[in-house]
Design a binder for this molecule. Structure first.
Ligand SMILES: [Zn+2]
Length: 284
């Protein structure tokens, strides 16, 4: 039983027993009307019965007309360094326009650290800095940016074609590539690393984020299931998840990102040259 309902029942019992101290009536909300009658000891018996029925009725339909409007579901996210409405929205699966609207923000570009942003529908606070890239850079990496050696990154799926490329997508940005594959296909770590996030998010569905040496991070999303937990050390090509269609996606596919120093890069530049099993990204 919710505390508020317990409170109403207790009020009802007090009214019946004549314990009602008039001075406290207002604190109980709907029962505040009782104050008009003064101390409960003076309330006639039949009026008490009416009041009790009324109080119990309010308790039985707390979310309908009789009760005060409950606070909208969601939570307040505290803005951290480097975050903006766009990134916060991406992490929580809410558009930045919607966040600006519900928070009455005229200047959505200028948040301050510590500012509290209401996120409708959110159930728990999320590490926005881990989940989302700070920005995206479309250019091919310079010679010094590519990690040395062959096969530093491998394709996360043994086969499949790129169905959606890296780059602008409507008024948003696709920070990775989508690789189409049947549901249940195993997803493999692109490189040795440590799992820093493994959970479900509204937009990404089941998502795994792996941190690698050299400031690199890889992101894998829309899984039917994640097979690794946060904190787990994984080896390159180790199975970490299965392809699915959770989150916002049009069909079964793997959403895959590579970030360097939390900037999203086009993964195809970092992966081995496509073979027959990986059709060429149409953007390159
Ligand atoms: Zn995607």
């Amino acid at each position: 039983m919710a505390p508020a309902e317990f409170g109403r029942l207790e009020v009802a019992v007090r009214v019946v027993r004549g314990w009602w101290p008039a001075g406290q009536a207002q604190a109980w909300g709907p029962a505040g009307r009782a104050q008009a009658w003064g101390p409960a000891g003076q309330v006639p018996g039949w009026w008490r019965a009416v009041l009790v029925i009324g109080l119990l009725a309010v308790g039985g339909c707390a979310s309908t007309v009789s009760a005060p409007t409950p606070p909208r579901q969601g939570l307040h996210h505290e803005v951290r360094s480097g975050e903006n409405l766009y990134r916060i929205g991406k992490a929580y699966g809410v558009s930045h326009q919607e966040l600006a609207r519900v928070n009455g923000l005229a200047d959505a570009d200028h948040l301050f650290v510590g500012q509290r942003i209401f996120v409708p529908g959110a159930a728990r606070a999320l590490p926005v800095g881990v989940i989302t890239a700070e920005r995206a850079v479309p250019d091919a990496p310079g010679a010094g940016e590519l990690p040395r050696g062959e096969g530093v990154f491998v394709w996360p799926l043994a086969r499949g074609s790129v169905t959606s490329r890296f780059g602008p997508r409507g008024n948003s940005h696709h920070d990775g590539i989508d690789i189409g594959a049947p549901i249940g296909t195993v997803v493999r770590a692109a490189r040795d690393g440590t799992v820093v996030y493994s959970d479900v998010l509204r937009g990404y569905g089941n998502v795994v984020i792996i941190e690698h040496v050299g400031g690199f991070v890889t992101v894998y999303a829309h899984h039917s299931e994640n097979l690794v937990r946060e904190g787990r050390r994984v080896r390159q090509s180790e199975v970490i998840a299965r392809v699915g269609r959770t989150g916002r996606t049009t069909g079964p596919n793997l959403h895959f990102e590579i970030r360097k120093d939390n900037v999203a890069r086009n993964p195809v530049y970092f992966l081995p040259t496509e073979t027959a099993t990986h059709e060429k990204d149409p953007s390159t």
